[in-house]
Design a protein around this ligand. Structure first.
Ligand code: CA
Ligand code: CA
Length: 226
């Protein structure tokens, strides 16, 4: 190969490689520069139930007192008044419904509880309601200071990740001895009367399922402790 041919070859390679490099840089810029989705919750608004009766609302168990919930292009983050605990009798749940078409029930569900359950899953469906992504990642949730953070499985496949359709996050502590139940939750979006995307049967079904999951966990704890 002559020197001229080598130069020509390099030029051709550059023509192909350069756009790819530019695209990668652009993706990085978009990920870094996009402002995250964030919702806030007051501090000292933890509800205290005894048996099933609401006793008071106030400054109880800072480790479940939600301050903020954040979604960036990669992660979901819950911020508390104190360090969240991966211990028996504690339950932390994050449920986020994503953008989709009229038949969508795309969502990510994360659970961190009891010192035994640490799991996050993303479930995405096509326009026929058939599953296209079912990505469950065990052990992905970590505590960092006063936060609980998890990478969102298949984040790159979620449309409009910084503009979720509906968010429901929840933290609770069960004190069996005194039949005390402490809980704080934060929601955003309307699960019933939102846009047509929000109102699909699958979407509401998903919310009911996540609610049932919490109830089942609480039931298991109460039964175990009797
Ligand atoms: Ca507090
Ligand atoms: Ca709170």
């Amino acid at each position: 190969m002559t020197r001229t041919e080598v130069c020509e070859n390099m030029k051709k390679k550059t023509i192909f490689v350069l756009p790819v490099i530019c695209l990668l840089i652009l993706i990085q810029i978009i990920i870094v520069d996009s402002p995250p989705y964030s919702i806030t919750d007051p501090i000292d608004d933890v509800r205290h139930y005894q048996n099933t009766t609401l006793v008071s609302t106030g400054d109880f168990h800072d480790e479940i007192d939600i301050k903020e919930f954040i979604v960036n292009s990669l992660d979901m983050i819950m911020v508390f008044d104190d360090i969240p605990l991966y211990l028996t009798d504690y339950i932390y749940v994050m449920t986020v419904f994503w953008d989709g078409d009229s038949n969508s029930d795309n969502y990510t569900y994360a659970q961190f509880s009891g010192g035994t359950i640490n799991q996050v899953g993303t479930y995405l469906f096509d326009s026929q309601g058939l599953p296209v992504v079912l990505n469950i990642t065990p052990g992905a949730i970590t505590t960092i200071g006063d936060t609980l953070k998890t990478r969102i499985p298949s984040f790159a496949l979620i449309q409009d990740i910084l503009n979720p359709q509906y968010v429901s996050v929840h933290a609770s502590y069960i004190e069996i001895a005194g039949q005390n139940y402490y809980t704080d939750n934060l929601t955003d979006g309307d699960p019933i009367s939102g846009t047509p995307t929000n109102g699909s049967p699958g979407y509401q079904f998903g919310i009911v399922i996540s609610g049932i999951c919490v109830l089942v966990i609480v039931g298991v704890y109460l039964t175990r402790k009797k």
